[in-house]
Design a protein around this ligand. Structure first.
Ligand code: B12
Length: 227
């Protein structure tokens, strides 16, 4: 039962179907539940938001990525899938965020300069909020100086940087350098993530941590908090 609904969520992400009114790739799908209805249904059945994200939504986006690589999908297809994941995350957010708990710390999140990919960053932000952190999300395509300014204004304990393009990951290093030049590097721990980067890259640019997904992001932040 759980597997069935998660498989349907994955499939509908691949089809880019937000609601039951959407056609998807096969017209006969109109009338069948889309990602939003399936996400509501999964929650009603007691499936955890973690499972919906990991085994439904993210698995679907993995397939979309493969289809883009093999040129079966183009940008509008990716956007439709991205929208479906975004709508599902809006439905899941209240179930992830714990209310009335004292903040464990403040994190500034940003996708780096030149990079418009924000789905992963948004998921990480929501999960960190759910884990009890205050997250200030600066958005995507964020210049190193804007991140420095935000650190100065907000005094966070962490900065989380996301990059999905090999051409933009270098701006993570630039951001760390800009923080150092502004005398703020010692005040924050910088963690990075996104499909373009790795643990090795994190070490090479002097970041404090790397997370492969949102759940690892929480673990890394918790580990750095006790240091
Ligand atoms: C959706 C998508 C798009 C959408 C983005 C919509 C949006 N609002 O984000 C659109 C259509 C706009 C797009 C555009 C482009 N894209 Co694109 N896109 C993708 C795709 C299919 C999925 C990305 C995604 O959302 N994944 C799902 C999320 C959940 O995963 P994630 O981002 O990796 O995040 C997770 C982890 O990485 C981690 N994480 C992420 N951030 C952070 C941060 C921290 C601090 C931590 C700890 C963890 C963490 O946790 C997240 C949750 O698990 C990928 C393929 C892929 N498989 O990655 C290509 C991909 C990233 N795109 C690619 C390309 C080439 C482009 C374009 C250049 C295409 C073009 N010719 O115009 C443009 C660039 C636009 C720009 N300037 O940024 C390439 C990049 C290749 C490369 N090596 O650089 C990819 C890999 C596709 C491919 N195989 O060719 N894209």
């Amino acid at each position: 039962m759980t597997e069935d609904i998660l498989a349907l969520i994955k499939e509908n992400v691949v089809q880019g179907r937000v609601t039951q009114d959407d056609e998807g790739l096969e017209e006969e799908m109109v009338g069948q539940p889309g990602v939003s209805e399936l996400t509501e249904k999964a929650l009603a059945q007691g499936i955890s938001p973690d499972d919906i994200i990991k085994r439904g939504l993210t698995k679907g986006m993995d397939i979309v990525g493969q289809k883009f690589e093999t040129k079966e999908y183009y940008i509008p297809d990716m956007l439709a899938s991205a929208e479906a994941v975004g709508v599902a995350m809006e439905i899941l957010e209240p179930h992830l965020a714990k209310s009335g708990i004292k903040s464990k710390g403040k994190i500034i999140m940003a996708t780096v300069k030149g990079d418009l990919h924000d789905i992963g960053k948004n998921i990480v932000s929501i999960l960190l909020r759910g884990a009890g952190y205050t997250v200030k999300d600066l958005g995507n395509d964020i210049d190193p100086q804007a991140i420095v300014d935000a650190v100065r204004e907000e005094s966070p304990q962490f900065v989380g940087l996301s990059a999905l393009l090999t051409s933009t990951m270098i701006h993570m290093r630039d951001t760390i350098q800009a923080l150092a030049e502004s005398g703020l590097r010692d005040k924050v721990k910088v963690i990075i993530g996104g499909a373009a980067v790795s643990e090795e890259f994190a070490q090479s640019i002097g970041a404090d941590g790397y997370g492969a997904d949102g759940f690892e992001a929480i673990r890394v932040v918790e580990a750095l908090s006790v240091q």
